[in-house]
Design a protein around this ligand. Sequence first.
Ligand SMILES: *[C@@H]1O[C@H](CO)[C@@H](O)[C@H](O)[C@H]1NC(C)=O
Ligand SMILES: *[C@@H]1O[C@H](CO)[C@@H](O)[C@H](O)[C@H]1NC(C)=O
Ligand SMILES: *[C@@H]1O[C@H](CO)[C@@H](O)[C@H](O)[C@H]1NC(C)=O
Ligand SMILES: *[C@@H]1O[C@H](CO)[C@@H](O)[C@H](O)[C@H]1NC(C)=O
Ligand SMILES: *[C@@H]1O[C@H](CO)[C@@H](O)[C@H](O)[C@H]1NC(C)=O
Length: 178
Amino acid sequence: MRSSIIVVASLTFLLTCGISNSVIFKMTNVVCTSHNKSWVRVNLCRLKAISRSKVVFNFNATLLYPTSDIRVTYRLFKKESGYKPWLINVEIDSCRFLRKPYDFMGVMIYNFFRNFTNVNHTCPLSGDLIIKNMYLTTEPFKGLPWPSGDYLFAMNWKFFRKPQFDTNVSFQFIENLL
Ligand SMILES: *[C@@H]1O[C@H](CO)[C@@H](O)[C@H](O)[C@H]1NC(C)=O
Ligand SMILES: *[C@@H]1O[C@H](CO)[C@@H](O)[C@H](O)[C@H]1NC(C)=O
Ligand SMILES: *[C@@H]1O[C@H](CO)[C@@H](O)[C@H](O)[C@H]1NC(C)=O
Ligand SMILES: *[C@@H]1O[C@H](CO)[C@@H](O)[C@H](O)[C@H]1NC(C)=O
Ligand SMILES: *[C@@H]1O[C@H](CO)[C@@H](O)[C@H](O)[C@H]1NC(C)=O
């Protein structure tokens, strides 16, 4: 009796540990570039490793003039002997989206950084756009199956349909199946 309780307890412990440690989901690189420095100045675009499995992203860019027409093209690539286009290639009208989220992919993407940013109000956007200590969690996937691998998530930001800046985030998703 006693030993079976111990067995159950250690199994539960092992499984719980297994589950909570079974996914590595972290950013591996970021590149941010302004295409129009008289409008967008990138002050900070940096990853910081907090632990082996946790990496945080800090971003700070200044919009020198307000804008009320923002479109973001999101493209996801998966690394398979070079980066191959994968699953996501959408353009989101961000000002419309900030008024009322309208796109399933857009909602998923926004959920990754909504808790970490001051971009949580409607357009016009101006001044400093901040992302502070953002890290990845699997929560926004909401049960969507996600294959292990290395990915590049490329975001191209346009104001009035002209490219203003890029934010490219590479990340790794590894699920250790027990
Ligand atoms: C971001 O990635 C895309 C797709 O590979 C590429 O076309 C673009 O030049 C990259 N931008 C930067 C700033 O690296
Ligand atoms: C670059 O920014 C300036 C504002 O400083 C704006 O007038 C101009 O249209 C922008 N250029 C492009 C190509 O969007
Ligand atoms: C963002 O960068 C600007 C310009 O360097 C700076 O004045 C501002 O304090 C920064 N904001 C945060 C929250 O770090
Ligand atoms: C965002 O914050 C809320 C409230 O603290 C939390 O419930 C939610 O899990 C967070 N979402 C993400 C994607 O981190
Ligand atoms: C928006 O973000 C700012 C800065 O992080 C925060 O102080 C404010 O409470 C947020 N507002 C909403 C409506 O979430």
